[in-house]
Ligand binder design. Structure first.
Ligand code: OAD
Length: 238
């Protein structure tokens, strides 16, 4: 086994306060493309840049086009948790992992059995009316046609954080608390480009920060351990 993976395993074996913070790269091995890799969403041809479509202004202005993108690119049928999701859920059951903090909106950590999951960017598995806030089954947005509307006339929207929107304060505060008090912090499958999520790492006060990411990130030089490998491969060995 790779010497770095052995070290990470030792850290985890010796701890009961591991926290995981991840992003789109955690789900690529489940068949969901990430955003910034060569075959990621941001490098595919689309009428508008995905960052534009995934913004509050765009959603308000052209919900029809938003939903075309949402159903074609964000909703992927039949996806299942991979080895990284499953091992994280197991580490929580073993009393080692305190929380999964994720930028993903796919619900795969919960599908794997994780209980304490902080979804910084929300989830496409929840929906609500943008006018009266009534909750809806996510099938309405993910598998319907056109722009889904509430009885009150408002547009039903996914419970995700679009660009220009604020992250939920309670979730953010809780994420800060978990990270601040973590013994081992594993950051994986994220390019650490999107704030405020990426800045959460700065709250970590320990000396066991592991970055598990295929490509390098702006935080590589600050980490105590950097593993540039597939996260599923790494987690199947720890
Ligand atoms: P990115 O697409 O920016 O980064 C994903 C990272 O995962 C890349 O650095 C890849 O190298 C790495 N990666 C891909 N597959 C991997 C694998 N199998 N194992 C390990 N690493 C792998 O995605 P995020 O950092 O999550 O926000 O992006 C953050 C936010 O940007 C998203 O939550 C989304 C997006 O705009 C909103 O929609 C608000």
């Amino acid at each position: 086994m790779d010497e770095k993976i052995v070290r990470l395993k030792e850290w985890i074996d010796a701890s009961d306060n591991v926290v995981f913070f991840g992003g789109a790269g955690v789900s690529t091995e489940s068949g969901i493309p990430d955003f910034r890799s060569v075959d990621g969403l941001y490098n595919q041809k689309w009428k508008y840049p995905p960052e534009t479509i995934l913004s509050h202004t765009f959603f308000e202005r052209d919900p029809e086009e938003y939903y075309r993108f949402h159903r074609e690119k964000l909703v992927i049928e039949g996806v299942k948790p991979n080895r990284a999701h499953l091992r994280l859920a197991e580490l929580e059951r073993e009393g080692k992992l305190r929380a999964v903090i994720t930028q993903n909106i796919d619900g795969l950590h919960q599908a794997a059995g994780s209980k304490t999951v902080l979804e910084l960017h929300g989830s496409i598995l929840r929906a609500y009316c943008s006018r009266c806030l009534k909750r809806f089954d996510a099938d309405v947005i993910n598998y319907g046609t056109g722009v889904p509307r509430c009885g009150c006339g408002g547009v039903i929207r996914p419970d995700i954080v679009l660009y220009e929107e604020q992250l939920d304060n309670d979730i953010l505060r809780s994420a800060v608390n978990f990270i601040r008090s973590a013994d081992v912090l594993i950051v994986g499958g994220t390019s650490l480009n999107v704030y405020p999520a990426a800045g959460l790492i700065n709250y970590y006060q320990g000396n066991k920060l592991a970055l598990v990411n295929l490509s390098s990130t702006p935080y590589d030089s600050e980490a105590d351990l950097v593993i540039h490998e597939k996260i599923g491969e790494v987690f199947s060995q720890i």
